[in-house]
Design a protein around this ligand. Structure first.
Ligand SMILES: C[S@@+](CC[C@H](N)C(=O)[O-])C[C@H]1O[C@@H](n2cnc3c(N)ncnc32)[C@H](O)[C@@H]1O
Length: 271
């Protein structure tokens, strides 16, 4: 399935792979031919540098052991979600998210997706957690989104919302415990104690806007339980430098360390 979006080459020893996304976006204006040339060059370089190579989602890695591509539950979960345009690009981030969700699964509380868009990441997470997700019987996965351009989304690529809500609904419909909450999150979460009072085991922040996220994290930190996990999607992404500064500042004050990953994500585990 990864083959739909990646060029996957096996190295001569057959154990090592080169995964390069066909449509890498390191330069949007890069002509197709140059893009192809770069992929060829990465392939050649990778033969010399050893290990697995990965080129996607702003990462160019070599000399690695890419184990997650052999995680059959992850690959099956991604394929069940039927990725649409560009979604496979973030499969390494999705691996991190699934790991984080599994860490949180035994903690008390619900799961929260702040900014679900088409529901790709959250749906993969839900499939990945399987029946363990609801072994306590009453857990929900709340997906928040406005499903249209918001005055709060000023940074990052403009999103195309034409089918976002219908795709999210269809992905959510496979699970009774997923609830989509449509609207501006400042109203639907911050000003709505039906949701903001709930205990939290897992939260994924992906609103592309630090000013709103920082208001939410204040609430979230009062509702997280021991062992819960929070993932910040844009923590170390270059257009979101304010995110990085603000979250470091926020968690330093609480003496909770934040893990910065090459995927651009930040991860916090609540003691
Ligand atoms: C990058 S997308 C989320 C992608 C999704 N988490 C995934 O991994 O597939 C950011 C989303 O945040 C939503 N968003 C931004 N500001 C919002 C707000 N104030 N209220 C509700 N949703 C908002 C946008 O509508 C958009 O769908």
């Amino acid at each position: 399935m990864l083959e739909d979006d990646f060029i996957i080459q096996r190295k001569p020893d057959k154990k090592r792979s080169i995964l390069a996304r066909v449509q890498n976006t390191w330069r949007k204006d890069l002509p197709g031919k140059l893009n192809q040339k770069l992929i060829q060059m990465i392939g050649l370089l990778s033969m010399k540098l050893g290990g697995d190579t990965y080129a996607s989602d702003g990462m160019l890695l070599w000399g690695r052991e890419i184990g997650w591509i052999e995680d059959h539950i992850l690959i099956k979960s991604i394929s069940k979600v039927k990725p649409v345009k560009n979604e496979l690009r973030i499969c390494w981030r999705t691996h991190v998210l699934c790991w984080a969700a599994k860490q949180a699964i035994n903690s008390e509380g619900d799961f929260f997706e702040f900014g679900c868009f088409k529901g790709f990441s959250a749906a993969v997470v839900r499939h990945y957690c399987g029946s363990e997700f609801n072994k306590q019987g009453s857990r929900n996965y709340f997906w928040f989104d406005l499903f249209q351009t918001s005055d709060t989304q000023k940074i990052g690529n403009p999103l195309d919302f034409c089918d976002a809500e219908s795709i999210a609904i269809s992905r959510a419909s496979l699970f009774e415990d997923i609830k989509i909450i449509k609207g501006d999150i400042r109203e639907t979460y911050l000003n709505n104690n039906l949701y903001s009072d709930k205990k939290i085991a897992f939260a994924h922040f992906d609103l592309n806007n630090i000013d709103v996220e920082i208001q939410i994290i204040d609430y979230v930190m009062q509702r997280v339980t021991s062992g819960s996990v929070i993932v910040f999607d844009d923590f170390a992404m270059s257009p979101f430098s304010k995110q990085n500064r603000e979250y470091y500042k926020f968690f330093r004050k609480l003496s909770i360390p934040i893990l910065e990953l090459p995927t651009g994500q930040g991860v916090v585990i609540i003691p």
